[in-house]
Design a protein around this ligand. Structure first.
Ligand code: PGA
Length: 252
């Protein structure tokens, strides 16, 4: 049974896309999106655009933020951007542990845990991404992998930290591939994650928003979001197209 007091969200993850002119059109559409009760629309952009997000979205219900933060608060770390800097732009959200960061930039479970903590320390809501690769799924390791990924964050930040967080289950084989997990496949892992967190803290688990990500489109969103443990979506490619993104928002 769906628990209705859980926050429901659709969050866009622009990845390495955007420019000032295209962003302006997309953000304008988001700012004018229908306001919906107990539902949150969010946008996570590359760092240089955070001030643009702030100027368009700050006085709207749309939340916004970054796609990562540094594990360090400040210092001699060339090229890094701290959670505190992100928060200065009025952001509410920070994605951490996206599979592209884990696979391409070496973010280990421990580094993701540290980033999660940094985001939370400055008042951002971490959107913690977890998910298995195709070979891990085929080897029957899905639950082991996602439990390890969430477990590392619980170890570093403590289970109470999940009370102010969002989890996104994103099977790596479904990201940007056009292959969506079926609603049943996704629901199975979402239910597993909720049960796993419940072993540490039942109350926190029942209120934890768990988003699905991986080739969500306007056409498949409603069925995914209708599953009892799917509380919304983290949207990559489709978040760059206003009509698609707002169609997904309507399906929430
Ligand atoms: P996708 O990406 O929607 O393009 O599959 C989702 C994500 O990586 O967050």
């Amino acid at each position: 049974m769906r628990i209705e007091n859980r926050q429901r969200l659709v969050v866009g993850n622009w990845k390495l896309n955007g420019n000032l002119a295209e962003n302006a059109a997309l953000l304008g559409a988001c700012a004018n999106a229908e306001v919906r009760v107990a539902r949150t629309l969010g946008v996570c952009s590359p760092y240089p655009y955070l001030s643009q997000l702030q100027s368009v979205l700050a006085n709207t219900p749309v939340q916004y933020g970054s796609q990562d933060v540094s594990r360090f608060p400040k210092g001699a770390y060339t090229g890094e951007v701290s959670a505190g800097m992100v928060a200065e732009f009025g952001c509410q959200l920070a994605i951490v542990g996206h599979s592209e960061r884990r696979a391409l930039f070496g973010d280990s479970d421990e580094v993701v845990g540290e980033k999660f903590l940094r985001a939370q320390q400055v008042g951002l809501t971490p959107v913690l991404c977890v998910g298995e690769t195709l070979s891990e799924r085929e080897a029957g390791m899905t639950e082991v992998v996602v439990a390890r990924q969430v477990g590392a964050v619980i170890k570093i930040a403590g289970v109470a930290a999940l009370a102010g967080a969002v989890v996104a289950y994103e099977p790596v084989w479904a990201i940007g591939t056009g292959k969506t997990a079926s609603p049943v496949q996704a629901q199975e892992v979402h239910a597993f994650l909720r049960t796993y967190v419940a072993k540490h803290a039942v109350e926190i688990s029942s209120k934890l928003p768990i988003l699905y990500g991986g080739s969500v489109k306007k056409a498949n969103a409603a069925e995914l979001f209708g599953q009892p443990d799917i509380d919304g979506g983290l949207i990559g490619g489709a978040s760059l197209v206003a009509d698609e993104f707002l169609g997904i928002w309507q399906a929430l």
